[in-house]
Design a protein around this ligand. Structure first.
Ligand code: ADP
Ligand code: MG
Length: 253
């Protein structure tokens, strides 16, 4: 059993504090969703965990199985078992998906260790079959001229190959069409297992129709202000975020 623990996290962009004392623990096997209105700090949270240089963690910690990841580079975080959907370059013309994934795999191995090509392709093809991805897909250049759906397919395949302990997915793209949404959902649902923890960040209730979360958190002004099960997402859809705001105002007087 693995555990990703975010404790009392504060994140600033320049002088401005965006994430304010946020705590959240995800265990393997669980799917958590963070929802919240635009500008509330959802992407800031995910970028800070990914180690983006513009996002300063001013206090708090992020621990994977008890060990802080904050002093690790993005590639070390990946090796430790974190998959951060946006850490990959968006377009790499001239580099095929197959070669890109192979290089990523090789990079995770110990120095001097050589990736066995036939075993690699066998694994790649079995993952593609699992995710129902056409073989032709891997000979294309990474994200070069890809549709939104194809970019998502590439991302899900990377995730399947890396077999992370925790996947953090910020579905920030407002252009995510129904096709792309289904690819993400089918991929995550296929990979759902007692060994994988998922944090889905979204403001679309729609995505949660396909990926049914175990826990739903509402983020408001840099904090998690409400936590519930999947029914909370439906309640938010019906009542909107203003309802949470009113509840908060009432609670704080
Ligand atoms: P969400 O993902 O919930 O919509 P964001 O994390 O993108 O929210 O943004 C939270 C706040 O941080 C917003 O006020 C936004 O304007 C600000 N912000 C986000 N990224 C940057 C940046 N790179 N530079 C300056 N301000 C930013
Ligand atoms: Mg966002």
């Amino acid at each position: 059993m693995s555990q990703l623990e975010i404790t009392n996290l504060h994140v600033a962009i320049g002088e401005k504090e965006i994430v304010k004392d946020l705590s959240l623990t995800i265990r393997s096997g669980e799917v958590h969703a963070i929802m919240g209105p635009n500008g509330t700090g959802k992407s800031t949270l995910s970028k800070a965990i990914a180690g983006h240089p513009d996002y300063t963690i001013t206090s708090g910690d992020v621990r994977l199985d008890g060990k802080s990841i904050l002093d690790q580079e993005a590639d070390e975080r990946a090796r430790a078992g974190l998959f951060l959907a946006f850490q990959y370059p968006s377009e790499i013309p001239g580099v095929s998906i197959a070669n890109f994934l192979r290089a990523a795999q090789q990079a995770r191995m110990a120095e001097g260790e050589e990736l066995d090509a036939s075993a690699y392709y066998k694994r790649l093809y079995s993952k593609m079959d699992l995710l129902k991805i056409d073989r032709k897909f891997t000979s294309r250049s990474v994200n070069d001229g890809f549709s939104g759906g194809e970019k998502k397919r590439c991302e899900i395949l990377q995730m399947a190959m890396l077999e992370p302990k925790f996947a953090l997915m910020d579905e920030t793209d407002s252009g995510l069409d129904i096709d792309a949404l289904r690819i993400v959902a089918d991929g995550v649902n296929t990979m759902r297992s007692p060994n994988l923890g998922v944090l889905m960040i979204t403001h679309y209730q729609r995505l949660l129709d396909y990926i049914v979360p175990d826990h739903v958190h509402v983020m408001w002004d840099g904090q998690i202000v409400k936590t519930g099960d999947k029914s909370l997402a439906l309640e938010l859809e019906a009542k909107g975020y203003d309802w949470v705001k009113k509840e908060l105002a009432a609670a704080t007087g």
